[in-house]
Design a protein around this ligand. Structure first.
Ligand SMILES: Cc1cc2nc3c(=O)[nH]c(=O)nc-3n(C[C@H](O)[C@H](O)[C@H](O)COP(=O)(O)OP(=O)(O)OC[C@H]3O[C@@H](n4cnc5c(N)ncnc54)[C@H](O)[C@@H]3O)c2cc1C
Length: 418
């Protein structure tokens, strides 16, 4: 393969795909295929919901990040023919041929076939999802007439977050802080009811005890109602039914957010590649797929056995893998030996409401307002490209990261999906 002429197709523009493209530079004729026009730094989606950060901070357009030498093709890959080395992008007649293919399509929300969940709950993986949740909270507040009794306010502002992992904790504490702040600003009485519902017997099961203390304390302060050992059995437009110790309870809700799991991307389900039992693609230590030297897979869809279990399904693993994949593609194209690598745990950071966070670095955990600042500093360093990091870092430093109260919307805050 001649290095300059190699056609490298990268499918998916998230942590795995974008960072591979950035590291590849002009190592070949690189095309990034992805449905959106922007990258999304998902760990800060909670701060976008609360208005602590702006869309441009966490969702820069690919054009801003990538050099002109890298082509961005908007669309979803629908089919791949590994023997012919070509793929089909939905809605396009011409198939695209490749010399090297990188698969980085990530996961999708898993509704676990719970009745009504896919239809009525709100997922949380994209900017539009955060817009819809924010809007739903404002609509619920706007429907409350002045001078309502506290119990009526509580009923009208009942939200449930399903899934008690880091996402559920971060989301429920942000929502509770935002709603209770709006109650004060509107001079309403009482408080919102934000529930987090988890099937297991504890929240954030993957996290260590050091950080859990901060999490539990912050949820108490944010007045989030925690239901562990509880299974959601049904969701309707206006209610949620859950089961705890064999007893079912139906609660009237203004909104239910679903962060109860991730499942395999439907494209990956269709691919004739070797996979492990959950459907993740089996790869070699070099991130090449088992059967095809020229096909690489990384991020949430790739099963890399040597990665620590706590790193699986994380952005920090995906972007470290991207560096190796880019290096190995260059090696493959120039006939050099491909490498493997040990991936580091880069620490954990969870936001806890609009005022606090918890950060675990090394074996040391810290919490509170200082941890919130540390989390912003940490994530500034992880944003893609120096240029973007500098712009965003300066904006956070000079303009601050104060939350935007519910109802104080920007003009361009019209919802992107209904
Ligand atoms: C709300 C939220 C918060 C998170 N917070 C953290 C955190 O704090 N720390 C952490 O380490 N991890 C976090 N994660 C997990 C982390 O975001 C993922 O592990 C990481 O994004 C995986 O990278 P990826 O490249 O595999 O997939 P993704 O980043 O999900 O990217 C997949 C890309 O593929 C595109 N795509 C999908 N299907 C197709 C198709 N058919 N054709 C073309 N393109 C396609 C998608 O549109 C997307 O651009 C969070 C996840 C979420 C949802």
């Amino acid at each position: 393969m001649a290095t300059q002429k190699a056609r490298i197709l990268i499918v998916g523009g998230g942590f795995g795909g974008l960072f591979t493209a950035l590291d590849l530079g002009d190592a070949g004729e690189v095309t990034l295929i992805t449905p959106e026009d922007h990258f999304l730094f998902k760990p800060l989606l909670y701060e976008y919901l609360s208005g602590e950060v702006e869309a441009w901070h966490i969702a820069p357009n690919y054009k801003e990040l990538l050099s002109d030498k890298i082509r961005v093709l908007h669309g979803a890959v629908a089919e791949i023919d590994f023997e012919a080395r070509e793929l089909e992008v939905a809605g396009r007649v011409r198939r695209l041929g490749y010399d090297v293919l990188v698969l980085a399509v990530g996961g999708v929300t898993n509704f676990w076939n719970v009745e009504g969940a896919e239809k009525y709950t709100l997922p949380f993986r994209k900017l539009e999802h955060a817009d819809v949740i924010r809007r739903r909270m404002i609509q619920a507040l706007d429907r409350i007439p002045p001078e309502r009794a506290p119990q009526d306010v509580r009923r009208a502002l009942t939200f449930a977050v399903v899934g008690g992992g880091a996402s559920g904790v971060e989301l429920s504490s942000k929502m509770a802080d935002l709603l209770n702040d709006a109650i004060r600003r509107r001079a309403l009485s009482g408080e919102a009811r934000v529930m987090v519902i988890e099937m297991g017997d504890q929240l954030v099961p993957g996290m260590g005890e050091e950080i859990r203390t901060f999490v539990e304390d912050a949820l108490k302060k944010a007045r989030v109602e925690v239901h562990t050992g509880t299974r959601v059995v049904r969701v309707t437009e206006t209610s949620l039914t859950f089961e705890h110790e064999g007893e079912q309870t139906e609660v009237e809700t203004a909104g239910v957010v679903w962060v109860a799991g991730v499942r395999m991307n439907p494209l990956v389900e269709e691919l004739s590649l070797e996979k492990e039992r959950r459907g993740m693609i089996l790869i070699r230590d070099t991130f090449q797929t088992k059967r095809y030297d020229e096909v690489f897979a990384l991020g949430d869809i790739a099963y890399y056995e040597a990665a620590a279990p706590s790193l699986a399904g994380t952005a920090q693993l995906a972007f470290q893998e991207a560096t190796l994949v880019a290096r190995n593609i260059k090696a493959l194209l120039s006939g050099r030996e491909l490498q493997t690598k040990h991936f580091e745990e880069l620490g954990e950071a969870v936001s806890l409401g609009t005022e606090r966070a918890a950060v675990l670095a090394g074996k040391k955990a810290m919490g509170g307002a200082l941890a919130r600042q540390a989390r912003f500093a940490l994530y500034t360093s992880r944003l893609p490209t120096w240029h973007h990091r500098l712009k965003v870092g300066a904006s956070w430093f000079f303009e601050g990261t104060t939350p935007r109260p519910l109802g104080l919307e920007r003009e361009d805050d019209a919802p992107r999906i209904s």
